[in-house]
Design a protein around this ligand. Structure first.
Ligand code: DC
Length: 220
């Protein structure tokens, strides 16, 4: 039986889940997988070829190929973070065949964390519900829509990307709706998840709260 610890961090876009998961992984020496990047990668590959991200057969072919061809550095491409790729990711993520194709990659990462790490942290939308239902700790991070849109707007501005607040808000609303209403693995907290609303919390507050939950639940 695997003794590696698994922490599932799910939640909405720009809720602070990525910042939290990355910092926690560093602190604990755990391997970290941002699973949204897998969907973004599939979406971006389709857009680059001029293929509609809702073309199921094409999307499944890319997702299946990724299991054998994906190199860790492929997920580091900053272009994957664009809102255009976020929308494409949300569209391919609604296709059941794409989710099935990406299941093994994520579960293998959790079971055998790269680099011989003693645990893994995966962040996404369905980690606690579908990918790692037996995770040692499950978190669901959310925040008020307008606050998330403000955070995302500021982040894009700081990167010199020209965008309006209204466009960011509309993009986020559309993605939230699609991600939470899809038939397969919709975004939702697992029954046994700790749910945190970060609307009025700083990144440090969120980290401190979760760090104590890790000590309580995992004894580390
Ligand atoms: O976390 P993110 O914004 O990078 O995710 C991009 C999209 O990918 C998101 O809108 C929904 C989808 N996604 C998903 O369906 N399941 C995951 N585990 C991670 C992301």
């Amino acid at each position: 039986m695997s003794t590696e610890k698994v922490i599932a961090v799910d939640g909405t876009a720009a809720s602070g889940k990525g910042t939290l998961a990355k910092r926690l992984a560093k602190e604990l020496g755990f391997a970290y997988l941002d699973t949204g990047k897998l969907y973004r990668y599939v979406g971006a590959r389709l857009l680059a070829r001029g293929v509609d991200p809702q073309d199921e057969a094409e999307a499944i072919a890319v997702a299946q190929g990724l299991n054998t061809t994906l190199k860790p550095e492929d997920l580091q491409d900053p272009a994957l973070g664009s809102d255009e790729n976020g929308q494409a990711a949300s569209k391919v993520a609604a296709l059941t065949g794409v989710r099935t194709a990406l299941l093994d990659y994520q579960q293998n990462f959790a079971k055998t964390p790269p680099g011989g790490a003693s645990g893994a942290i995966l962040d996404g939308r369905d980690i606690g519900t579908v990918i790692c239902p037996d995770a040692d700790l499950k978190l669901y991070i959310d925040a008020n829509l307008e606050i998330r849109a403000q955070r995302r707007f500021k982040e894009l501005q700081s990167k010199g990307i020209s965008v309006t607040y209204d466009a960011v808000l509309a993009d986020m609303l559309e993605r939230d709706k699609r991600d939470s209403s899809r038939a397969t693995a919709p975004m939702k907290p697992a029954d046994d998840a700790i749910v945190l609303d970060t609307s009025t919390m700083s990144a440090d507050d969120v980290f401190d709260k979760v760090r104590s939950a890790v000590t309580d639940r995992l004894g580390i």
